[in-house]
Design a protein around this ligand. Structure first.
Ligand code: SF4
Length: 474
């Protein structure tokens, strides 16, 4: 048992994520500093903070620097006891590319950024190079967001069945639920579009996600997309995405509806191309269905198709995962996104095996490294990266693109330097204030039934917190 005694006044939440990278739940306890004379018993390992870092209040440093100092100390201590050296160093946040961007803005030198990532954040040279490569690609694809340009997210929180690792608000609505939901959503689309038009704001990207939006019928999709195209000013649109995640929801008729409305990007997400895995994770489709859905998308004329895989699914070994990568490479989709399994509290798999995340780490590392090499060889390059809490092996998710097919919405949401207005149940708008370089969140309720009942209130929230904000600069 590790007993970690934080300095007084420091919250365990600031370090818990880093400790979990090294130790399993139940292997450690965190409290504030041990009082004089109190000794650990022989079965405990005590980690106390040195004198130099106390009292923090008297050190004239920014709160973030102090937090990093605590993390560096902890990293070194835990590395000493566990012999682990996590590649992402002390970074536990979701957006390491953003940190690299901020450092590059300040230092103006890639070598210097690499040095800082290694020296101050303990990243391996490989991870620092990866961040810098992605940053270079993103800067080439997109400059800063233009004044008035925004992202629009529209949520469809329905799926045909629930996957075993799912922690999203996904529902298998009863008859009539989807129709009632769409009616409420159409009102929110009208309200947001009118308010944006009045202010001269416009969508740079539209992303319809979920759930699985292609759970809707072709007629419902047609109505939703007609409504969206008529309401918003699409003169400056650069990308229109619809998630078509589950192959069992895809038909040629629906895909033709998408191309009719100029949707230029969809995501078909096999997660695995191994039959026994698909059964185990609660997916109703087989690998052949995925290939068929992809071919239909190309037949319908969708310009860019992304396909998601997840490394670390239950029952899979390295060969299974490599088989999935090879299967996708044969199809040559424009994008392949390689996720690392992240088990949140709400997922059924987490309930079944609480330590799953810790058992798979080394295997995941091999899977991701092999995948990266194969994708590079096949002409794909990494263009966005993010991390999540509870990721198996504390690794990362990487989006790869072939040619100039990088997903603009994906880059924008990760760089957090543009307002994204989210509509529908579970939508969380992020309002960007450039002069302060900060985001403010404005959330809709996540339960779709409550959303239907209280959608007028969601409009009021947006009115008060997005459209009435005189200070907002876009
Ligand atoms: S398709 Fe996605 S949102 Fe739907 S149940 Fe599966 S993981 Fe959840």
């Amino acid at each position: 048992m590790y007993k970690i005694h934080l300095p007084e006044g420091k919250s365990k939440y600031e370090v818990e994520e880093l400790i979990k990278v090294f130790l399993k739940p139940g292997e450690f306890e965190i409290d504030n500093i041990r009082s004089d004379g109190e000794k650990a018993n022989s079965s405990e390992i005590d980690i106390c903070f040195p004198e130099f870092s106390l009292p923090y209040e008297s050190i004239e440093k920014k709160e973030k620097d102090i937090k990093n100092e605590i993390k560096r100390f902890l990293y070194k201590e835990l590395q000493k006891y566990t012999a682990k050296s996590p590649e992402w160093g002390i970074l536990t946040g979701v957006r390491p590319v953003k940190l690299a961007y901020e450092l590059l803005e300040r230092e103006k030198s890639r070598d210097k950024v690499k040095e800082i990532l290694n020296r101050d954040y303990y990243l391996t040279a490989e991870k620092a190079d990866l961040l810098l490569e992605i940053l270079k690609c993103q800067r080439k694809v997109l400059g800063s967001s233009e004044k008035g340009a925004m992202g629009i997210y529209i949520g469809i929180p329905f799926c045909p069945t629930r996957c075993v690792y799912c922690s999203f608000p996904s529902n298998q609505g009863k008859e009539g639920d989807i129709e009632r939901y769409l009616q409420a959503l159409h009102k929110e689309i009208n309200f947001v579009a009118e308010s944006m038009n009045e202010k001269g704001w416009y969508p740079e990207t539209i992303y319809i996600g979920g759930g699985t939006p292609t759970t809707l019928t072709a007629e419902q999709l047609d109505a939703l997309l007609s409504h969206t195209s008529e309401a918003f000013n699409l003169n400056h649109i650069k990308e229109f995405t619809v998630e078509a995640g589950r192959p069992d929801t895809i038909t040629l008729k629906k895909l033709k509806v998408l191309t009719k409305h100029h949707v230029d990007r969809i995501s078909i997400n096999p997660q695995s191309m191994v039959d026994h895995t698909l059964k185990q994770i609660g997916r109703a489709h087989r690998p052949d269905d995925i290939i068929e859905a992809f071919n239909l998308a190309k037949e319908a004329g969708i310009p860019a198709v992304n396909m998601d895989l997840i490394a670390g699914l239950p029952g899979e070994d390295v060969d299974d995962f490599i088989f999935s990568i090879e299967s996708l490479l044969k199809l040559v989709p424009e994008n392949i996104t390689v996720h690392t399994l992240a088990l949140k509290r709400a997922s059924r798999l987490k309930e079944i095996d609480n330590e799953y995340t810790y058992k798979q780490g080394e295997m995941l590392r091999i899977m991701l490294n092999k995948a990266r090499k194969m994708l590079y060889q096949a002409g794909y390059h990494p263009y966005y990266l993010y991390r999540q809490k509870q990721m198996t092996g504390n690794l990362e998710n990487i989006g790869y693109a072939k040619g100039n097919t990088e997903g603009i919405y994906n880059i924008r949401i990760m760089e957090e330097a543009q307002t994204i207005i989210a509509l529908g149940a579970g939508g969380i708008s992020k309002v960007y204030y450039p002069s302060e370089n900060r985001l403010e969140r404005v959330a809709n309720v996540s339960n779709f039934e409550i959303y239907i009942e209280r959608h007028e209130e969601m409009l009021q929230r947006k009115s008060d917190n997005i459209f009435k904000q005189e200070a907002i600069e876009c």
